[in-house]
Design a protein around this ligand. Structure first.
Ligand SMILES: [Zn+2]
Length: 418
């Protein structure tokens, strides 16, 4: 349409509008613009559909990355998060709304519900849990729903808010030869790094059982782009040497007080930058093109416009994790049972104490000093004086209103048990 035709066009507003779409939305329509992009094409789109990505943390970065991957058509997502939605999350956590915050819905489940509204064709497995040395193998190997087995996890995305979990993730990923992508955002700063461990084998050729190009052509309703077809017919296994791991660059986790979004604030733009870079690198890997992935630790400060890159091209031979294969964080010796969450709250990890939330609610209703007692299938929450306790079915608790571990422990013992 020419510019003068726009001027002459009748008003677009019509009460009748276009006819509603009948039946399910086809993949051909849904992914048409992404398939046109030469780096993806039809074969790349099929690879995404047969891929499984686990995202650890479903706060700001995790919600943004989960949304991008789900819209891109990654077939299976496992979302692991220990927390619930709060009003202060809504400024930047794109998969949650006011109703989720009012209901204190666990983030992993809230994310699953929102994703189902814009892409109901992919499988999303929410796991409401804190990733620990004890459960990491189970969470990153199996689904909660054992009746619906999923493909093995191809890639892990870091969207956590703490280095303790990142070093645990690094140990596990290096040990199991699973690629992972570090991402962090704080203030106006965003950083990300791809970790491709020794032993990782990029997906060779077409995924097992994938249809031929001719079959793909028919399945996509004849939608094919000559450029994309040419490009994808050339997709083969690329030699992909390992990169540095997190411990190659930072041998030990930062000590002392580190900034969190509760102390330094955060811009949603920094979150979305970190997620955009992380997910683009993920798309390269999942479509069998790891040789295109960046081999540096990249960081931006969007406010000062400073940018830096540290080489992460090769593993450090004397690295304790990928060189010497000593997995300190995985053996759990570095993990306390009670931790500070960095927002005037304490977390108690009691994974071997499953709680019957219904029975507990009945019991707590008789306590005169308990207020605002609420529960659903996924958590139970109440206020007691200046403290708010949130209990999960696996026995875990978040105690808000204190950073005193002794106070948290005594509240837990009093209302749950010693
Ligand atoms: Zn290393």
């Amino acid at each position: 349409m020419r510019l003068d035709e726009y001027a002459a066009a009748p008003p677009a507003a019509s009460l009748e509008g276009p006819a509603p779409i009948a039946g399910p939305i086809s993949d051909r329509d849904r992914y048409s613009r992404q398939v046109l992009f030469p780096g993806i094409g039809i074969v790349g789109q099929q690879r995404l559909a047969s891929s499984h990505v686990a995202i650890v943390g479903c706060g700001a970065t995790g919600a943004a990355s989960a949304s991008l991957l789900a819209r891109a058509g990654v077939g299976t997502l496992t979302l692991i998060d220990r927390d619930f939605v709060e009003p202060s999350n809504l400024q930047r956590q794109v998969l949650f709304d006011e109703a989720d915050a009012r209901d204190s819905l666990p983030k992993a489940e809230a994310a699953r519900r929102h994703i189902a509204r814009f892409n109901s064709t992919i499988a999303v497995h929410p796991r409401i849990a804190d990733l620990t040395p004890t459960n990491i193998a189970e969470l990153l190997t199996f689904n909660a729903d054992q009746t619906a087995p999923s493909p093995p996890i191809d890639l892990i995305l870091d969207a956590t808010d703490n280095f303790e979990t990142r070093y645990l993730l690094n140990d596990f990923a290096v040990q199991q030869s699973i690629p992972w992508i570090y991402a962090a955002a704080i203030g106006a700063y965003a950083a990300t790094m791809n970790i491709l461990p020794t032993g990782f084998q990029p997906t060779p050729g077409n995924p097992p059982g994938a249809p031929s190009m001719a079959q793909s052509h028919r399945d996509m309703g004849g939608m094919i782009n000559a450029h994309a077809a040419t490009h994808n017919s050339q997709l083969t296994t690329h030699n992909c040497p390992p990169t540095s791991c997190l411990a190659c660059i930072f041998p030990t986790p930062p000590s002392g007080n580190t900034d969190t979004c509760d102390t330094a604030g955060i811009l949603s733009t920094a979150v979305n930058l970190a997620a955009s870079i992380q997910v683009t690198e993920a798309l390269k890997l999942l479509t069998g093109q790891p040789h295109l992935m960046r081999r540096t630790l990249l960081s931006f400060d969007l406010w000062s416009n400073e940018r830096s890159e540290i080489s992460a091209t090769t593993p450090r031979p004397d690295c304790e994790v990928c060189g010497l294969r000593i997995f300190t964080h995985l053996t759990g010796t570095a993990r306390p049972h009670i931790t500070l969450c960095g927002r005037d709250s304490v977390q108690i990890h009691e994974h071997r104490r499953p709680l019957d939330l219904t029975a507990l609610k009945t019991r707590l209703q008789t306590h005169a000093d308990i207020q605002a007692l609420r529960s659903n299938d996924l958590l139970l929450r109440f206020r007691r004086g200046p403290h708010t306790l949130t209990l999960f079915p696996d026995g875990r608790a978040l105690i808000q209103g204190t950073t005193d571990i002794a106070v948290a422990r005594s509240l837990y013992a009093r209302f749950v048990g010693a």
